[in-house]
Design a protein around this ligand. Structure first.
Ligand SMILES: Cc1cc2nc3c(=O)[nH]c(=O)nc-3n(C[C@H](O)[C@H](O)[C@H](O)COP(=O)(O)O)c2cc1C
Length: 325
């Protein structure tokens, strides 16, 4: 994507861009044009990636946009995104709103002097919703893979794996409890009680560290600096595959989200069922990408909690290393 004329503003903080994304999504969803949008900070600028709805959207009573699947349209200075005044108006609103917000935040924080973005958030590349491997082939091939090659993982693969695990596929702003919308994994009451962390060891373009996955922005927020795979391996009965894998997913449960509505049934059944759904997505997506994973349930809860500095409300459930095999 190219720099937009409208976007020549410096980013001040990643937090502000996340807040802006919420607003952008609200505007976009209000006029029922966009499926979702990602803000991508690039140096001193930001760009917006958006996806159109798959269903038909009447535009100015003249044209229908039919089955516009996952369009990653360039936002250009001319604003010629689609042959539609409505789109241009929408995007102008979005961009102007975003820039105004950014510049006013810049003034209030005084961060603009060096123009640096906070390195604690990584915006993942846009995931695909097409591929060359059928569900049947992935199911047939699926195995728990433990012997990973000494090879880094492309960022796009990690992005795809996280999307498969818990990515948002249908934004929904009416219910804040959904925290963004419907996802690739089913969830009782659409309450999404899981939190997914990534231990990045050797992921291209991502510094070693522990990151929290944010479905809404399809981004990673760094929570611990440095490679923590050894510590997790030690907490997981020394299972060496955790260190061999270039990236490791750690599933945690925030039981309260589910228990509030479903009580003990939520705690004893639903949350773990949901981890299973999501983990199976990871297995199948990994097979489709020709990489491997293995579900790990054997670990010391307290040691994982300590090593990963989990909050009191988070319970570790599953570990899933990911890598070439
Ligand atoms: C809940 C659960 C916990 C598991 N924990 C571990 C584990 O700690 N270490 C491990 O090597 N494999 C673990 N596995 C993977 C199983 O060993 C594996 O699924 C089983 O041997 C069947 O092989 P397959 O997955 O290749 O079909 C776990 C699987 C599940 C479903």
């Amino acid at each position: 994507m190219k720099k937009s004329k409208f976007c020549k503003r410096k980013l001040t903080s990643q937090k502000s861009s996340i807040e802006i994304l919420w607003k952008l999504q609200n505007i976009a969803l209000e006029v029922n044009l966009l499926k979702t949008a990602f803000i991508i900070p690039k140096g001193d600028f930001f760009k917006i990636r958006y996806f159109t709805h798959e269903r038909e959207v009447p535009l100015c009573g003249q044209k229908n946009i039919t089955k516009m699947k996952e369009k990653n349209t360039k936002i250009q200075s001319t604003g010629t995104i689609h042959d539609s005044i409505k789109y241009i108006t929408l995007l102008s609103m979005i961009l102007l709103f975003g820039c105004n917000r950014l510049s006013s935040e810049a003034k209030s924080t005084g961060d603009m002097a060096n123009g640096e973005t906070t390195p604690s958030v990584h915006y993942l590349s846009v995931p695909r919703d097409t591929g060359n491997v059928s569900v049947e082939e992935a199911l047939q091939k699926r195995r728990s893979r433990r012997n990973y090659l000494d090879k880094g993982l492309p960022e796009a693969f990690l992005s795809q794996i996280l999307w498969a695990a818990y990515g948002i596929t249908k934004p929904e702003r009416a219910y804040p409890s959904m925290r963004g919308g419907y996802r690739t994994s089913p969830s009782a009451g659409a309450l999404y009680p899981l939190e997914i962390y990534v231990l990045a060891g050797r992921v291209e373009g991502i510094a070693p560290g522990v990151y929290r996955y944010h479905s809404l922005t399809h981004s990673l927020e760094k929570v611990i600096d440095g490679d923590m795979r050894n510590a997790l391996r030690d907490a997981a009965l020394g299972q060496e595959m955790i260190v061999r894998a270039p990236a490791v997913l750690l599933y945690c449960a925030v039981f309260e989200r589910c228990v509030q509505k479903y009580g003990q049934r939520g705690r004893e059944r639903y949350v773990c069922m949901e981890a299973g759904h999501s983990a199976q997505n990871v297995y199948l997506q990994a097979e489709a990408l020709n990489i491997g994973t293995c579900a790990i349930g054997a670990f010391n809860d307290d040691r994982v909690r300590q090593a990963m500095k989990l909050s009191a409300t988070e319970e570790p459930l599953y570990i899933m290393p990911v890598g070439y095999y």
